[in-house]
Design a protein around this ligand. Structure first.
Ligand code: NAD
Length: 332
């Protein structure tokens, strides 16, 4: 059994905490760096945890000196689109400048393998669907721009530093939770559709707003591609193994290739939870594309990625189980 050390930056967050569990199951030794700005200490179960900011040179120096890190997985970012429009500096400082500090520390210590969490938001308004990697990149908010900037920085790094290689993984809508129910999605405030719907099911919210009911889709609501967090983590594991086998840097779109409308997701959540989920129609939000669906064929072909939980009822059932178990723990 190998104990390759992987630095998971942002490993106390939603996707990062699942990644830590997947890495441990695969025999790796993940070390978590997280400042808990949006993450949760309880989400890091038994991996080594370092509390700190990825932009802090001293923290990075300590980690890279103490541990022989083989690769870095970078999940740390601010992720709220609306906030990024109002406060772009916050996003560029953390998502871009913070990432540069991390990359510089890696280079200094000869750590040359990097996996970056990017997003469909780097594409902006879809010009065609499903969206493959060749889709033009024209983000419409500071969050998407901050992620695109890092994508460009990574390309420049591979040109400047021949040993440096990266895998950029662009998620569409991450959803679901660990099948054991012990990890889940806990954002504050929660802006993602499925956890918000489940907050209505559990009585934490009175209703879910449907932003726009007159889109040119069969039921008038927006269509999105929901990809299970465990499938995302599996793709990271495959990307890590590809890097370790010497594969060249690349970027992949991760989704199921199938879209569900907001109403379809709500109906599915009613069936899974057996709860009444009240909806309220609201105005469209600016910058919400009608349809966002990934074309994942490149990741399937090159990384040999096979999403295991691509059906919506399973995604929602896992999210529901995690939210119920978390509510029970919080009440004791
Ligand atoms: N959730 C989604 O649907 C989705 C979709 C596309 C892309 N992504 C990307 O995936 C990544 C993870 O998203 P998430 O949903 O898990 O978010 P999250 O907020 O749950 O996790 C981010 C983690 O990073 C930490 N962090 C932030 N800034 C930090 C810093 N400067 N130093 C150390 N730690 C810091 C936070 O405390 C948190 O634990 C992000 O990069 C995001 O852009 C997420």
């Amino acid at each position: 059994m190998h104990t390759k050390k992987i630095l998971v930056v942002g490993g106390a967050g939603y996707i990062g905490s699942h990644m830590v569990a997947v890495l441990q199951d695969a025999g790796f030794d993940p070390i978590v760096l997280d400042d808990l700005s949006t993450g949760h200490r309880h989400a890091v179960k038994d991996a080594e945890f370092v509390m700190g900011d990825m932009a802090d040179d001293n923290v990075l120096e300590t980690i890279f000196t103490k541990h022989k890190i083989q690769a870095v997985m970078h999940f740390a970012a601010f992720i709220q689109v609306n906030e990024s429009v109002k406060n772009p500096a916050k996003y560029y400082l953390n998502n871009v400048a913070g990432t540069l500090k991390l990359l510089q520390a890696m280079l200094k210590h000869g750590v040359n393998q990097f996996i970056f969490s990017s997003t469909a938001a780097v594409f902006g308004e879809p010009r065609y669907t499903p969206m493959n990697e060749d889709h033009p990149q024209s983000p419409v908010n500071a969050y998407g721009s901050s992620k695109l900037m890092v994508e460009k920085i990574l390309q420049d790094y591979t040109r400047a530093y021949p040993d440096f290689r990266f895998m950029t993984l662009r998620y569409f809508n991450a959803a679901g939770a660990h099948p054991n129910g012990k990890l889940g999605e806990w954002h504050e405030p929660e802006t993602h559709l499925i956890p918000v719907i489940l907050e209505v099911a559990s009585g934490k919210r009175s209703a879910i707003n449907i932003f726009g009911t007159d889109y040119p889709t069969p039921d008038g609501t927006c269509i999105r591609d929901y990809v299970h967090v465990m499938d995302l983590c599996e793709a990271h594991l495959l990307a890590l193994q590809a890097l370790m086998q010497g594969k060249k840097s690349n970027s992949y779109n991760l989704g199921t290739g199938h879209g569900f409308s907001i109403r379809q997701v709500i109906d599915c959540a009613r069936e899974v939870t057996k709860c009444d989920i009240k909806t309220e129609n609201a105005e469209r939000r600016e910058g919400d594309p009608t349809i966002l669906v990934a074309d994942p064929s490149l990741a399937i072909a090159e990384l040999n990625w096979q999403p295991k939980y691509a059906d919506l009822p399973t995604i929602i059932a896992h999210a529901w189980q995690a939210s119920r178990m978390n509510a029970e723990l919080s009440s004791v």
